[in-house]
Write a protein that binds this ligand. Sequence first.
Ligand code: ADP
Ligand code: ADP
Length: 225
Amino acid sequence: MLTVRNLNTHYGNIHALKGVDLEVKQGEIVTLIGSNGAGKSTTLSTVTGLLKPTRGEITFNGVNIAGKPPSEIVRMGISLSPEGREVFPALTVEENLSLGAFTRNDKAAVKRSYDRVYDLFPRLSERKKQTAGTLSGGEQQMLAIGRSLMAEPQLLMLDEPSLGLAPKLVMMIFDLIVSINKQGTTILLVEQNANMALSIAHRGYVLETGRVTLTDDARALATNE
Ligand code: ADP
Ligand code: ADP
């Protein structure tokens, strides 16, 4: 589904990605793990068009998407839930979700997406008219994921969804990621919490200072020292 080859990204003179190769196949949960500053967020930002690569190829379903604008990439089927549960605090849960459907015109289909999100996240369903700023951190994270699902992506990218959440909520979020995958959405999950990520992923990549240093199936990576 997604193939990244020799991806290079710079921030001015800072060479953040130094030839990243990775692949995500339809139906998989793939995790990208590595310490702070390794290039995980930069990889997601480059694939979703927020940053332009300086070199390399990004193909999605056989189409070259490198350098395409972010909105076009959403239309093609990739949606990003960015780090830091970015929701609009003054807007209601429902309004935040509606923003995630900005690429879509079919009202009946969008209605089905709301139903899907509310089924996955009953806590959001109970708080449709509440402003996002009044939600707990865990609920805001659910809303951020729910909003990215409103685009009905084929590939959902999640940037550190467990960051700053209590252990019980982390478990809940990871269970939800598995449910979303079982409904047919392919997942690319960026995590610093490698053990948690590998416990639900099929395969993983380890990133260190802008390079992939290890890739294997999740079980093998989890037992690797
Ligand atoms: P994380 O590693 O948790 O994803 P980042 O390293 O991306 O966090 O940093 C968070 C914010 O700081 C982002 O807006 C990023 O663009 C900015 N940032 C990170 N490193 C630098 C840097 N060296 N120079 C300027 N801005 C930076
Ligand atoms: P990770 O997500 O793995 O924590 P990032 O992709 O955020 O790593 O960062 C990779 C490298 O790029 C780091 O060295 C970071 O400091 C640098 N970086 C990230 N964002 C910026 C930015 N806006 N400007 C300059 N350097 C940045």
